[in-house]
Design a protein around this ligand. Sequence first.
Ligand SMILES: NC(=O)c1ccc[n+]([C@@H]2O[C@H](COP(=O)([O-])OP(=O)(O)OC[C@H]3O[C@@H](n4cnc5c(N)ncnc54)[C@H](OP(=O)(O)O)[C@@H]3O)[C@@H](O)[C@H]2O)c1
Length: 238
Amino acid sequence: MHHSTVVVVGASSGMGLAAARRFWERGATVWMVARDPERLRDAAAGIGHERLQALSADVSGEEGRARILAAVDRLDHLVFTAADLVYKPSRDLDDAEVMRAVRSKVVGPYLLSGAIAGRMPAAGSITFVSGVAAERPSPGGSVTGMVNGAINAMVHGLALELAPIRVNAVSPGWVETPFWKRVASDERRESLFAAMREKIPARRIVTVEDVAQMIELAATNRGVSGTTLYVDGGQRLV
Ligand SMILES: NC(=O)c1ccc[n+]([C@@H]2O[C@H](COP(=O)([O-])OP(=O)(O)OC[C@H]3O[C@@H](n4cnc5c(N)ncnc54)[C@H](OP(=O)(O)O)[C@@H]3O)[C@@H](O)[C@H]2O)c1
């Protein structure tokens, strides 16, 4: 990782923050990308100073992607953990809400990947984080399942198209991140996670460090391309 440049889109929180920290600790120069500049600055300051760049951009839109393309002229690895999801039954959703999720997690990252892959060396990689909702959605989670399933399928075609750049998905089970604070009360979250811990084969909730380790593997193991790596404690089986 020394002398490598890694771009993490979604780096100010949760798994993206853990991945940014992990690559940075390995000696990489890390571009941390997310929308809210203040949260991004705080997240970067919590990691270190040198070899870190914070770039505020929305991957959903052309303008945000253009900012990333203007700032990063060379990179070795690209990681996407950004998502702006919605949890509601399909009958209560409108076009704009569904498309916000699709643009943030699928279309934006897809278009940025195509536009930036030419700036990577042959050993470069692109890693998308998908998730267990592709196989085991919660009620109200059909949009999340939709985008995660799209990612798991999309890496097949992209790996062929962007070769020799390797393109993969990392699919986590439930992980306690700030994301959950937005969708469930403390009490509800605790009971959901306690029940999940009992249920999943690994009998342990996946951590952001587990996910970051898998992202690093996808980025650095040159035998891995066009596949989904599951880091879900077996959650998709139960
Ligand atoms: N947590 C779980 O249980 C779980 C399980 C399976 C899969 N996943 C997936 O894993 C990924 C990471 O989840 P997490 O729990 O770590 O999320 P998180 O803590 O909410 O962090 C999401 C990060 O993405 C950034 N972001 C969101 N929309 C963006 C956009 N349009 N452009 C640029 N940056 C954007 C956020 O910052 P700003 O809001 O400031 O932009 C933040 O830095 C997501 O794709 C999620 O769906 C999560």
